[in-house]
Design a protein around this ligand. Sequence first.
Ligand SMILES: *Cc1c(COP(=O)(O)O)cnc(C)c1O
Length: 373
Amino acid sequence: MYCDGSWVEVDVGCLRGNVATLRAALGDTRLIAVVKADAYGHGLGAMAGALARHGVNHFAVAYVAEALTVRMAAPTAEMVLVLGVAQAVDVPQLLAKQITPVVVSTHHAHVLSDAALAAGGRLGVHLKLDTGMGRLGFICPAEVDAAAAVCRLPGLDVRGICTHFSMVEPTRVPGAARRQAEKFAHALPIIEAAAGRRLFRHMSSSRAALLLPDCDQDAVRVGLVLYGYGAAEPGQRFCTEPVLSWKSRVMQVKAVPAGFPIGYYASYKTPQATDMAVISCGYTDGYQRHLGNTGQVLIGGKRRPVVGRVSMNWIAADLGPDSGVQAGDEAVLIGGQGDERIGADELARHCSTIAYEILTGISRQIERRYVGE
Ligand SMILES: *Cc1c(COP(=O)(O)O)cnc(C)c1O
C-alpha cells in the first residue's frame, strides 16, 4: 500500500516562522520573497499563497509564466517582479496583471516601451544594473547614462532600480561587494535625477542580507534563507529553519549474508550479515547518483548509509543486523526523524553542489503536501 514513491512535506508553520524572523531582523527594509524555480522546489502557487497570507507583499520570479502563477495566488501583492528578460509578446499580460519586469538594456527598454504604447498602456519597470555580476543589466559605470535615458521612454514608468552581488564575503562590506555597492551608489543619483523621483532600490539576496546589513536598500530579495538554508548559525543577523522534508517508504527489508552484492555493478558488498532496505526514490526523482555509497537516510530515528549505486527509482540502505525495520516504515531523505536531521546542504556536500541545486532538483512530479497550517 505504501510502496508508491516518495513525497515532499512543506511545513507552512515553519515558513511563517521564517517570515516573522526575517521581518524582525530587517526592520524597515522590505522583504521581497524570491519564488523562482517553483519556489526552490517547494511549489510555487501554494508557497506564494501562503506567503501572501503571512503578509508578504513583494515577490520576485525568473519568468513571466511564474509571475502569472504568483498573481493568481497573491492577487493583491504590491509587486511581482520578473528578474529575467520579458519579451514584447508578454507586455499586454504584464500590464493587465500588474507584473513588473526588469529592463536589462537600451534595446530591451525600447522593445518593452513600444509594446506598451501599442497596447495603450505604460509599463512599470525596474532598471537592472550590472555592477560586477557579469550577467543581466546595464554595465556600470559605462552604461549608466543609457540606463538613465530609459526614464524618458514614453511607454515605460521606471519605478525601481536593482543590482545583484556576485560574491559576499563573511565580513562587513569587504572588497568585491563594497565595490559593487559603490558602483550602485554612484549610479543612483544620476538615474534618479533622470526619473525625477526616488526609485525603489534593492540589491541584496540572502547572503548579503545575512552578512552585510549596511547594504540593505529599500528591500532585500531573499530566497534561500526564506526556505531555511544558509542562515543556520545562531548569533548572526537571523537564523531560519528548513521548511521542506522529503520522505519515502521502505519497500522491502531482507536479511542478507556477509559479502552480499548490492545494486548495479555490485559497488557495495555487505561487510557482515545484515538487514538491507530498499527505498522508493532514485535519480529520476532528483536523488542524485553521487549519493550512492556516500549519503545517508533516516529510518527508525537512526542514520542509515545509502549503499550501492542509486538506481532510477530505488535506493538501498544497510540497516545493520536485527534492525527491526519493516516494509512500510518511513524513510527520511531530507528532514528530521527522532533526534536526527539530514539537510539539503548535507546532500549537497556529497554531490559537490549547493543546497539550491538539491532543493530545485527534487522532481516536480513528486507530490508536495502542505502541513502545519
Ligand atoms: C535568485 C536570486 C535572488 C535570491 O537569491 P538567494 O540567494 O536565494 O536569496 C535574488 N536576486 C536575484 C537577481 C536572483 O536571481
